[in-house]
Ligand binder design. Structure first.
Ligand SMILES: [Zn+2]
Length: 283
């Protein structure tokens, strides 16, 4: 059954489209909330008496490779509760639409968060630019930090590694819950005492996955002497990737007659041919 596509279905739920336009490569959608009244944030009394209106500009998911900006017409309501100290309050949209003071819709914030988690600050910012998502390197890191919510259940298995606030300049420590694949905390530096103090506050941790350097190992041994320490898979692969070319260079240096143009198989065939020629020459 063919149905007409409503523009309201393309923007966050609960909003009503009032106008749409394009300006310098940006789709501008003017919308308002479909809810007639809002509760006062102080006394929770619902008010529908509008004092004034203002426009909030928030970025939304891009559409067909074009940036989208929502201009939300927000209202200021008058609180009629006699004992409430708040006379006028600004409209707050549902958190599923846009959170308070945010400059991005919640669904765009979710994408930004996942980009930051998957790629880190600078690579994610570069990729976001290709996706027409207006977000900077610093913003990506801020979103990741803001969403690193604390858990109430005791931690058991954690991963600890460096965290680049600014690459080659300032590093902190990131701690992840490996059972739930979530960031637990970001420590301001990577000093042994800082990590040790944090681990000591979480005595329930049983396993620590870490790099193969000594710092985190020392901190874990001091704070949690009974915890099992394991080398994480990423660092094992990275160390192996770095060690293999070094070993290969060493083998090449020990065998200066080897021709570097050949790979291992063709080099073997080459050596066999040379040996055969030498045998024939000697005969
Ligand atoms: Zn009130």
């Amino acid at each position: 059954m063919v149905r007409h596509l409503r523009l309201s279905s393309l923007i966050p739920a609960g909003l009503v489209v009032e106008a749409i336009a394009e300006n310098e490569g940006v789709i501008i959608i003017t919308a308002r909330s479909g809810t007639p009244a809002r509760p006062c944030p102080l006394c929770r009394r619902v008010s529908s008496r509008v004092h004034s209106r203002y426009v909030r500009r928030v970025s939304d998911l891009p559409c067909s490779g074009t940036k989208v900006e929502l201009r939300l017409v927000a209202r200021r309501f008058v609180c009629d509760a006699p004992l409430c100290r708040r006379r006028i309050f600004a409209e707050r949209f549902d958190d599923s639409v846009v959170t308070e003071r945010s400059r991005r819709t919640s669904r765009l914030e979710c994408i930004v968060h996942h980009l930051g988690l998957a790629l880190g600050g600078r690579p994610a910012a570069s990729f976001a630019k290709r996706l027409m998502v207006p977000v900077s390197n610093d913003t990506l890191l801020r979103v990741v930090r803001r969403r690193a919510c604390l858990r109430t259940d005791p931690l058991k298995i954690v991963g600890i590694d460096d965290w680049a606030y600014r690459r080659n300049h300032r590093y902190g420590t990131i701690v992840c819950d490996l059972e739930r694949r979530r960031i637990v905390t970001l420590l301001p530096d990577r000093e042994v005492t800082t990590v040790e103090a944090w681990l000591a506050d979480h005595p329930g941790i049983e396993t620590v996955s870490r790099d193969r350097g000594g710092g985190y190992g020392e901190a874990t041994a001091k704070a949690l002497p009974n915890a099992v320490q394991v080398a994480d898979r990423w660092h094992l692969m990275e160390n192996a990737s770095a060690a293999f070319p070094r070993r290969r260079s060493q083998v090449d240096a020990d065998n200066p007659n080897c021709d570097r143009r050949y790979d291992d198989q063709s080099r073997l065939a080459h050596l066999r041919r040379e040996a055969a020629i030498r045998r024939l020459s000697a005969a």
